[in-house]
Design a protein around this ligand. Structure first.
Ligand SMILES: *Cc1c(COP(=O)(O)O)cnc(C)c1O
Length: 376
């Protein structure tokens, strides 16, 4: 059997262990310390825009704190892009709030501005004003930032920007992860940079960042004993994990170029295979191409190709199943146009790691070509 080609696997720079060793040498083996501060500074410098970053245990915990900071509580409604990974939506339920799912548009596969406005108007007509909008730059492709922000302003509903898959992407030259009233990042093992597991909340002010850090460290009031006037969480990032993050920040830009190169290589290699379609970057958008995604003519062909790749130990994965189709969210209100379901049926993510070798990429391309030669 050929060695396994993964969808997206961790890719170290070699600098990570220096920071981890420093943490051990100075005994900062705790959920605070120089690496946590250093990683937050690196992220702030990278994102620009006066971002204030709180390093946390995961992207999911960042989303949860984001909802809390936006005032979401029991019984509130929160609008969420349906085409996303479940972690975008689960924290709505952690708060006892109600998710309202909204479909995608064709140009970026992200939150559809028209459906979003239809949903808001309908919720308002029912006497319920949504408390927040969770918008996601899926697979690294920015959502229609200007359109979504103008709807958010028009109806005075804040945006929680899920930038878990889009560190390194930009919209009109501005970094993704800076567009929400609150934004989040993820450093899980499969993301564009990884700390093994980890995430961050990106705030617009130091006060909001400090409140996130306060909540993430058990909400300890200022007293010599343990005093609590709010419910706290254990969501802070460890100083060991943050050391990996500092090493990873040194090669983030090269990971973006490599992933974009993967996309270009697939696109050029498949240019004469008509059944394969790619998602192009709309004007003003720059995707980190976290995952290269393709559309096939039908569910049947998508599944056949996926299984054919698997026979050569090549991992691929259907596009994320929309949240409104998930059993766990079956009762949630939804505003649909058919696009996310169609993408789910026909879409496939190809191996996209920044550590794929030339021969790995060639193996994937040859296997895909072989599939289409045989079906013709
Ligand atoms: C990975 C991911 C998350 C969750 O991040 P974790 O760090 O794994 O908790 C949230 N949203 C999206 C879109 C993701 O891809």
């Amino acid at each position: 059997m050929n060695t396994k080609i993964w969808l997206s696997s961790p890719h170290m720079s070699g600098k990570e262990q220096k920071y981890i060793k420093e943490a051990f040498d100075t005994n900062w083996v705790a959920p605070l310390g120089p690496n946590v501060n250093g990683f937050e500074e690196d992220l702030q410098n990278y994102l620009g825009n006066n971002s204030c970053v709180a390093a946390l245990a995961s992207g999911t915990s960042a989303l949860h704190l984001g909802l809390i900071l936006l005032g979401v509580s029991k019984g509130d409604e929160v609008i969420c892009q349906s085409k996303t990974f479940s972690a975008s939506a689960n924290p709505i339920l952690y708060q006892g709030a109600v998710p309202i799912f909204v479909d995608s548009e064709r140009d970026t596969w992200n939150l559809c501005p028209e459906q979003l406005e239809i949903a808001i108007k309908h919720r308002l007509s029912l006497g319920k004003k949504p408390k927040a909008i969770i918008a996601v730059h899926l697979y690294g492709m920015p959502y229609k930032v200007d359109d979504i922000i103008s709807i958010s302003k028009k109806y005075d509903i804040p945006i929680l920007e899920d930038s878990a898959e889009s560190l390194g992407s930009t919209y009109k030259g501005v970094k993704c992860g800076t567009f929400g009233d609150i934004s989040i990042l993820s450093f899980n093992g499969n993301k564009i940079i990884t700390t093994s597991g980890g995430g961050a909340l990106v705030a617009k002010t130091k006060e909001i960042k400090d409140e996130a850090v306060f909540l993430s460290t058990q909400a300890r009031d200022n007293a010599p004993h343990y005093e609590h006037s709010k419910i706290g969480y254990n969501y802070r990032m460890s100083n060991i994990v943050a050391g990996i993050g500092r090493g990873q920040m040194t090669i983030l830009n090269s990971h973006v170029s490599k992933r974009r190169h993967n996309f270009d290589f697939y696109k050029n290699s498949f240019c004469d295979i008509n059944p394969i379609q790619f998602l192009n970057e709309p004007k003003g958008m720059f995707s980190n191409r976290w995952l290269t995604t393709i559309l096939l003519p039908s569910y049947k062909i998508r599944e056949a190709l996926r299984e054919f790749l698997l026979t050569d130990n090549i991992e691929s994965r259907p596009l994320w199943k929309p949240m409104h189709l998930q059993p766990v969210f079956k009762d949630a209100p939804k505003y649909l146009n058919g696009i996310s379901e169609n993408l789910f049926e026909r879409g496939l993510c190809l191996p996209s790691g920044s550590n794929l070798t030339k021969s790995d990429l060639a193996r994937v391309v040859n296997k895909v070509k072989e599939y289409f030669q045989n079906v013709r």
